[in-house]
Design a protein around this ligand. Structure first.
Ligand SMILES: Nc1nc2c(c(CN[C@H]3C=C[C@H](O)[C@@H]3O)cn2[C@@H]2O[C@H](COP(=O)(O)O)[C@@H](O)[C@H]2O)c(=O)[nH]1
Length: 372
């Protein structure tokens, strides 16, 4: 192995500390403000109220069962079950790497086989992480991933198909950056970052943006800086889910977190008629046009999708308060069952996977980057 390969992570970790200058959030619209502003100024992506109400009705009916709540997160076989420090360190690593799984051809995807099941997309990341842990490489330990080499990355994230994991080098850089900060300032555990946030989701979000530059998902749109913060927000949302809103996952303001602006929720929103693309944009996406991170069309798709989910959440809340029927479980388990933007997001994201074939005629937007 060349000397550079060995030294690369150490060089990167030196760079990180210098790059990690303070991140000023003032002057950047927060995700909810950004969603509204982008939606009000969008030229190629539009919200359709009939579709918003359709999704809100679907979700409201589902939420009446009392099954649709923070406890869902742990139900997936790949998600950690321990609701402790190990679980939040697992969530942190998954959030650092949670981006850009799409491949040129949907039929040629990065795949990981784990415990007799084949995973693609986001779940292939989780399967590779759990496979590494089973094989004795503690990928959740900052002391290890802060100096992880490309050879180790290739071994851990090896594919069980012909297609390699996209952006492996960018993932190594993100891991070294995150691990270096965690080791230098938080004794190697993300639980210590959480504890510094005083049970506030917004404080944790700000702390993550301050400390970990790879999460700074900000664009310029119509003369303003807009913070979409997809990975930083999903990190908070998954910490909440991994601990069922208790202990390390307890946040007094979790309902201020918005949907996570990825490339799958827009697909679902268009499918249900809550979002509409201009003919020009739809044609571009059907041609698999590659959008640049931060370009106008890309920001419109992400920002208007985010705002659509805010409207869906607001519509559900209005239905709950109007609903006087005694069988509505939401009333008496308000705390547990309130449908916030995180649950709206997970519902749509999981549904997009369940209905992948039905939705396949709706193109997702292709953008190569580390933000989502
Ligand atoms: N908006 C939103 N985007 C999400 C997630 C998740 C994983 N969350 C699950 C984890 C625990 C709970 O069970 C959640 O359901 C991954 N992604 C993004 O999707 C894209 C990949 O998609 P696909 O090709 O289908 O794997 C990629 O941008 C990835 O960053 C989410 O929840 N919401």
């Amino acid at each position: 192995m060349q000397l550079f390969q060995v030294l690369r992570p150490l060089i990167l970790s030196r760079l990180v500390v210098r790059k990690n200058c303070c991140f000023v959030m003032d002057g950047i619209l927060n995700p909810r403000e950004a969603g509204r502003f982008i939606s009000e100024n969008s030229k190629d992506v539009f919200i359709e109220d009939a579709g918003v109400q359709k999704v809100a009705n679907m979700l409201y009916e589902k939420s009446k069962s009392g099954e649709f709540n923070v406890k869902m997160w742990r139900k997936h076989e790949l998600n950690p079950q321990t609701m402790d420090e190990e679980a939040v360190n697992w969530v942190f690593v998954s959030a650092v790497l949670n981006f850009s799984f799409w491949s040129e051809k949907e039929t040629e995807r990065f795949e990981v086989r784990y415990k007799d099941k084949t995973y693609t997309g986001y779940w292939s990341l989780c399967a590779a992480m759990n496979r590494a842990l089973d094989e004795g490489f503690k990928i959740t330990s900052a002391s290890l991933y802060s100096t992880i080499t490309m050879d180790q990355m290739k071994q851990i994230f090896r594919s069980d198909s012909e297609t390699e994991m996209p952006l492996l080098e960018e993932r190594q850089v993100a891991l070294v950056e995150a691990g270096t900060v965690l080791m230098k300032k938080y004794q190697g555990s993300f639980a210590n970052v959480i504890k510094q946030a005083g049970k506030s989701a917004q404080s944790l979000l700000s702390l993550v943006l301050q400390e970990f530059p790879s999460f700074r998902d900000v664009a310029e749109f119509a003369g303003k800086k807009v913070g979409l913060y997809k990975r930083a927000q999903i990190l908070v949302g998954d910490i909440w889910g991994s601990c069922e809103g208790q202990g390390l996952g307890e946040f007094t303001d979790i309902n201020t977190i918005t949907m996570f602006a990825d490339y799958r929720i827009p697909q679902a929103l268009v499918y249900f008629g809550a979002l509409r693309y201009s003919e020009t944009l739809m044609e571009k996406l059907k041609q698999c046009h590659l959008l640049k991170s931060g370009e106008k069309l890309e920001v419109e798709i992400r920002g208007v999708s985010l705002w659509a989910c805010e409207l869906i959440r607001d519509s559900i809340a209005a239905k709950v308060s109007a609903d006087t029927s005694e069988d509505n479980q939401l009333k008496d388990e308000e705390e547990l069952n309130q449908v916030n933007a995180i649950l709206v997001d997970h519902y749509l994201w999981d549904l997009r996977r369940e209905l992948a074939d039905e939705m396949s005629h709706i193109p997702f937007h292709r953008c190569r980057g580390i933000y989502y």
